[in-house]
Design a protein around this ligand. Structure first.
Ligand code: SAM
Length: 285
């Protein structure tokens, strides 16, 4: 039996269409209306599970307006479910505004748990640190992204990010610039899908691995970065980074790295990897 006048917040799969609970399927089949981020994507899920409930669209750009419509549905005694394209609504996805609005009007909000990319990735990462900070998406522009990374720098727990494939390399370059090259990074790619890959290494190792295989740069990513305490010694200082950048303006890469090593006493290999990353990113043009 479904609750009357309730909003069900239903987690859906992050890839494999079978990763959905029996309870979620039951609710999606029985509610009056399902609000979906993209009705076509949810239609695909519904078809796979023979669900024919009416879908309406609720996304980032219409959430406030559609929230009123859903409120009116609940007012008239209907039940509504909320889903997004993948995973748990409201987690780097639309949903929070709707839930806030419905809650303010005193209706029941019932979460139906299920897939979430960050938790799925963490569960298979082998990271033993029991603490983590889920950040979601970093800013898309490098300046703002670095600023966000700098703010996170003192955090000692594992940092979890979502990232798009076309920004994965530049994001790791920014991480190396801010944190040095030696923090551990675990990448979980295409979870629950055909090309699911979980790969772990230092930032510089993972960067080289990704760069060496363009196939690994495709798909959806969760990045799990070790916290501050494991990397203090191996961090490249701001001064060394600055020196390297100045020398790269004037000298070939190897010479710039050699001189920076002599001037700053930093680890040569780390500086070399950073120089390579900078070159790949188009520096100094
Ligand atoms: N609400 C979702 C959740 O609960 O995880 C997240 C939605 S967010 C718009 C989409 C991002 O989640 C992707 O860009 C990627 O970073 C991550 N993601 C989603 N599915 C994934 C998968 N199958 N494998 C790895 N990362 C995934």
């Amino acid at each position: 039996m479904l609750s009357k006048n309730a909003l069900y917040v239903v987690a859906t799969p992050i890839g494999n269409l079978n990763d959905i609970s029996l309870r979620a399927l039951d609710i999606l089949a029985k509610v009056d209306v399902v609000a979906a981020e993209h009705t076509q994507v949810s239609g695909h899920l519904f078809a796979a599970h023979s669900i024919s409930t009416r879908l309406i669209s609720l996304h980032q750009h219409n959430e406030a307006i559609v929230s009123n419509k859903i409120l009116a549905l609940l007012n008239s005694g209907k039940n509504v479910a909320l889903v997004t394209d993948a995973g748990t609504p409201g987690i780097s996805d639309p949903g929070a505004i709707l839930v806030q609005r419905i809650r303010a009007h005193g209706y029941s909000i019932i979460p139906i748990p299920g897939a979430n990319a960050a938790i799925c990735a963490l569960s298979a990462s082998g990271i033993t640190d029991p603490h983590f900070l889920f950040y979601g998406f970093l800013p898309t522009k490098t300046g703002l992204r670095k600023r966000a990374l700098i703010e996170l720098k003192p955090q000692r727990c594992t940092l979890i990010f979502y990232e798009a494939p076309h920004r994965i390399l530049e994001c790791i370059i920014d991480m190396m610039e801010v944190y040095g090259t030696q923090r551990d990074l675990t990448i979980a790619r295409e979870l629950t899908k055909l090309f699911e890959t979980i790969h772990k290494g230092t930032l510089e190792e993972v960067y080289s691995w990704l760069q060496g295989d363009s196939n690994q740069q495709k798909g959806e990513f969760v990045l799990m970065l070790s916290g501050a305490k494991t990397m203090d010694k191996s961090e490249i200082s701001e001064q060394a980074q600055h020196t390297l950048k100045c020398l790269l303006l004037e000298l070939p890469l190897k010479q710039a790295v050699k001189l920076t090593t002599e001037i700053t006493g930093e680890n040569k290999n780390s500086l070399y990897q950073l120089a390579l990353a900078l070159k790949t990113a188009g520096y100094p043009e």
